[in-house]
Design a protein around this ligand. Structure first.
Ligand code: CU
Length: 363
């Protein structure tokens, strides 16, 4: 017993001695040396944090400024995402879009400053058939340059709408014409690609639906597009919301409206219902349907083969994604559809609000 104890004490002493040179100088010398060698680099100006670099460069901080424009007028329309009329010219469907800032009501008593296509949030829905030749004339009446990206549509490179890469920005007062063949069929969208962190959140987004050439075997009775986004409103000023300290959203919208101003979708018992979720904001939204489960029939516009269609009651829609879901409304009643991040079902932190809507199933 005594031997063991002595052995242990000796062992401990040896271990401590062995460790000591590594531990003690390590706490002081290498650190001092490290600081000495790093310091010149720091003084050379290469170690500024991203945050401080951003503040030194006013251009980089554009997203922290409120959304403004001179003489912004109240919107004359109240519903966004409505079908856009077109004219036919030599077999081409010609659409016209004008970017314009308006005061857009998202809720009774809450109006935001929005950048829009044709004065609504979302902008008007472009709906064509696969293979259609389309021409879209975009006139920019915003105080800032812009471009339009056709998200998910297989367009020629020069029509892709990326400023400084595929085209010059459309300057205020100028126009640009996009022309392509609409393909493939599915749920797509168009949105700004110029300072997208601000312009998209400010409202420059809209659905682009391409119907298949062959009529669907089992078309839904009700077919709705739901574009989901967020905004930040403080002291009457509108900001582009983003996942960044101080810029978090306090309003959440479905088709440009917050609950209870969101649309109630009335369907008949037995109807096949298709909802096309499009997340165009900067946050993920797990959208949950009460009452009956649904099937995910298309992802990012592309059909899911029947054997691979998941049956779910909640689907997370990440920024840029689209999910087409279908269900048969088998039970009458007012069924909620809402985001399950429950801060997202508030208006300026008051519940209920935000990403909620009612599916009203009637006899
Ligand atoms: Cu959400």
């Amino acid at each position: 017993m005594k031997k063991v104890l002595i052995f242990s004490v000796v062992s401990l002493a040896l271990i401590l001695a062995a460790c000591a040179p590594a531990v003690t100088p390590g706490d002081t010398m290498p650190m001092d040396n490290g600081a000495m060698t790093l310091a010149p680099g720091a003084s050379a100006g290469v170690t500024a944090t991203p945050g401080s670099m951003m503040m030194e460069n006013p251009e980089a901080a554009h997203m922290m400024e409120p959304i403004t424009a001179p003489n912004v007028q109240p919107a004359t329309e109240t519903e966004g995402g409505q079908p856009l009329a077109y004219r036919e010219e030599n077999g081409v469907k010609v659409f016209e879009l004008t970017t314009i800032a308006v005061q857009w009501p998202i809720l009774d008593g809450v109006t935001v400053t929005a950048y829009t296509y044709n004065g609504t949030v979302p902008g008007p829905m472009i709906r064509v058939t696969e293979g259609d030749r389309v021409k879209i004339i975009v006139k920019n009446e915003l105080p800032d340059p812009t471009t339009v990206h056709w998200h998910g549509v297989e367009v020629p490179n020069a029509m892709d709408g990326v400023p400084g890469v595929t085209q010059d920005p459309i300057q205020p007062g100028e126009s640009f014409t996009y022309e392509f063949i609409a393909k493939p069929a599915g749920t797509f969208m168009y949105h700004s690609h110029f300072e997208g962190d601000v312009q998209v959140s400010a409202g420059l987004y809209a659905p682009f639906i391409i119907d298949p050439q062959e009529p669907e075997a089992n078309p839904p009775v009700v077919d709705k597009v739901l574009m989901i986004s967020e905004l930040r409103m403080t002291d009457g000023e509108t900001f582009a919301a983003m996942p960044m300290g101080g810029m978090e959203p306090n309003y959440f919208t479905i088709n440009g409206k917050s609950f209870p101003a969101t649309e109630t979708i009335t369907v008949k018992k037995g109807d096949l219902v298709r909802l096309r979720f499009i997340a165009i904001g900067q946050f993920i939204h797990p959208m949950h349907l009460h009452g009956v489960p649904f099937k995910i029939v298309a992802t990012d516009g592309h059909p899911v083969p029947e054997a691979a269609q998941l049956t779910k009651d909640t689907v997370s829609v990440a920024p840029g994604e689209r999910y087409d879901i279908e269900f048969v409304a088998t039970e009458t009643g007012q069924w909620m559809l809402h985001c399950h991040i429950l801060h997202h079902t508030t208006n300026d932190n008051a519940e209920p609000g935000g990403l909620m809507m009612v599916i009203n199933v009637v006899e």
